[in-house]
Design a protein around this ligand. Sequence first.
Ligand SMILES: *Cc1c(COP(=O)(O)O)cnc(C)c1O
Length: 420
Amino acid sequence: MTKPPEHSPWAPGPDGYYGDFGGSFTPEILHETLAELRTAFDSAWRDPEFWNSYVELMAMYAGRPTPVTYCENLTQRFGGARIYVKREDLNHTGAHKANNVMGQGMLVQRMGKKRVIAETGAGQHGVATATMAARLGLECTIYMGEVDIARQHPNVFWMKQLGAEVVAVTEGTRTLKDAVNACLRDWADSMDDTHYVLGTACGPHPFPQMVTYFQSIIGHEARRQMLDAVGRLPDRVYACVGGGSNASGIFAGFLDDSAVELIGVEAGGKGIATGLHASRIAGGQGRPGVAQGYKTLFLQNEEGVMQDTYSVAAGLDYIGIGPMLAHLHQKGRARFESVTDAEVIEALRVTIRNEGIIPALESSHAFAAAFRAASSLSSDEVILINQSGRGDKDIFTVADALDDDDWKNFIRRKSTEYGR
Ligand SMILES: *Cc1c(COP(=O)(O)O)cnc(C)c1O
């Protein structure tokens, strides 16, 4: 696959700004290591060999290129637009996160650093990072809130088997934001030999640009695949948006095709009106602000106090949004919708039954929004959905939501067996 274009009109300026958003706001102690990272990324970005080795590694190790699947049964069911799905669920470790962590891992090797650290909430990014570290022979420490550790036993177990040290964070609410702080403290002490593997297209420059660069492999493949399979580009591309990495990645393949509508789907949770959601743009409530090292639209009140967010999908439950996406919204190049948990569970059920595909709860947001539109479009029109990951990890949440009796009996039996 050819290298992505050097200078997209949507690339950030040298200071990391996408229009009004992005930049770098960090304590002075991190300036030097971020400058070093910018230099390393810049040189890798200019080196066509680096991109080629990345594509080769992802083919040999992660199963790329992932296919695009025509969903004939869903297309018939909704009786409108033809529905295609880009299958990031078929990546090694089950989601698009592999693209980002393997890319950053290669950069770490290029910089000659020996150790990586990361923070994780639901554990998916932690497992992906620990996997990369095992493969590339790097030391790895994962910070995770004590509360999240208790909720995510399988992921914690695998991170440890993969050789990562999992540090339980006991400050504050003992969840993701406390893990971020602990991770940053580690980095300030260890940056000489350590790289912080940020998990999404957020944070200080150059992280949003770098993560988007690695994830753009999704969009570049998908564009080619649609031309080969359908003979033309899709009319619409749907992707779910947490921090924004899978959306930025698939959108990157179509940014310059102005006829292709780009739709980001945010977590509507229990409904925007209830306040229990994570819709920064679609909910109309995101306000410009600076936090966690960058400027974007955050869910915060007028005094700048960050709101609590909520989603059935842990990966979408975040207060900020990638600066590139905030910019695409401001410029009208992408639009944003939100879907509720209930719509998500229904879309998941329909996809499983009709196509034998189990999307992650996060990805199911993109499916739900696409389904909402499909029947009102004509059969000449083509929709492409980015399936960011697979749903195996969501078994407890989904079984609960579907109120499955067999499952409840299974859990009851197991609890008795183990005397819990
Ligand atoms: C982490 C995750 C997301 C959300 O992250 P983005 O950076 O917004 O892509 C979405 N889908 C899956 C399957 C994930 O694991």
